[in-house]
Design a protein around this ligand. Structure first.
Ligand SMILES: [Ca+2]
Ligand SMILES: [Ca+2]
Ligand SMILES: [Ca+2]
Length: 324
């Protein structure tokens, strides 16, 4: 219901278009640096609105109201026929400090300038996937100190469906949002939604970290319904970890239900992980990525044993020739 972000997007978009005429120096071709708002195009002709000034008036994930202060946010998203998926979504807090930073767009990805929070270098990136009506967030936490740092990381999306929000299905098989749910589907109707149907993904596979707490009450933006999940993570000394989440938007409940199982168990070749390096994938603590199909361990052990036997025989033959 909250439309300020769309109006802001238009105004800020217009100012960006005007920027070159007033001598604004752009970054590399295809990049806008820095800006307050950009729109990304995702799969199924979805549009994703990204801003770097979407915080809350109390600086916290709940208890306050939207649209105050500097914070990274997927302010809204649309399909070609349905708008108002979010009233600020895909937001993060590290140890209850909002994650923000000036944004830079490159293609279908927005990267926010890194910040230091609780001794960690924190960096957030949003990607609108080309293959699906899905946006992915990737929050990287690096620890340059000599001691491990443990912090809570909170992920929050406020739904555009407001007080009509209903949770229709969850990965555990019920309609209750719990810490055991990999994904939850919500809409403003059980039959014919007017806003996009939202799928919120909190973890996948059998990961190292799953949410410690979840809630369907978040900061107020027209209303408080949404999804809030808190992960307790430890970043080892000199190490980097990440938390990644997905938001999917669909026109129908049936389409959302049909796609949900694609989030259950990701393999390293999943299009949902497109654009991430192998080390970035392995750093994600809340997604247990399965390797693609491999040669069974027994077979590779047999080959190693055979290779060792051949090498030994070759060495034996060489020594016999030297003696002869
Ligand atoms: Ca909205
Ligand atoms: Ca709302
Ligand atoms: Ca559930």
């Amino acid at each position: 219901m909250f439309k300020f972000s769309r109006i802001a997007s238009v105004l800020i978009g217009a100012s960006l278009l005007a920027a070159p005429m007033i001598g604004h120096s752009a970054g590399k071709p295809g990049e806008i640096t820095p800006a307050a708002s950009v729109n990304l195009t995702g799969g199924s002709s979805t549009t994703w609105n990204v801003i770097d000034n979407g915080g809350t008036d109390n600086g916290l994930p709940s208890g306050g109201a939207c649209n105050a202060g500097a914070q990274a946010s997927m302010s809204d998203a649309q399909t070609p026929s349905k708008s108002d998926a979010f009233d600020y979504g895909m937001m993060y807090w590290v140890n209850n400090a909002p994650v923000g930073g000036a944004l830079t767009q490159s293609g279908n990805t927005v990267t926010f300038a890194s910040q230091t929070i609780s001794g960690l270098t924190v960096s957030l990136r949003y990607t609108a996937l080309a293959t699906d009506p899905v946006a992915r967030s990737y929050l990287s936490l690096s620890n340059a100190t000599g001691a491990a740092i443990s912090v809570p990381v909170t992920y929050v999306t406020n739904m555009g469906s407001d007080s009509n929000t209903q949770f229709l299905s969850t990965s555990s098989g019920d309609t209750t949002v719990g810490t055991n749910d990999k994904w939850v589907i919500s809409a403003d109707s059980t039959t014919s939604p007017s806003d996009p149907v939202n799928t919120t993904v909190l973890f996948s596979g059998t990961p190292a970290v799953t949410p410690s707490t979840v809630s369907t009450t978040v900061f107020s933006c027209a209303a408080t319904p949404g999804v809030l999940a808190t992960y307790n993570v430890t970043v080892p000394a000199g190490g980097t970890i990440a938390i990644a989440n997905f938001q999917r938007i669909d026109d129908s409940i049936a389409a959302a239900n049909a796609a949900a199982s694609s989030f259950d168990n990701l393999t390293s070749t999943s299009p949902l992980l497109a654009g991430l390096s192998p080390s970035e994938v392995s750093a994600i603590r809340n997604i247990g990525v399965e390797p693609p199909a491999q040669v069974p361990a027994g077979n590779s052990a047999t080959w190693i044993a055979l290779a060792a036997l051949l090498a030994a025989l070759a060495g034996f033959a060489t020594r016999r020739r030297v003696r002869a």
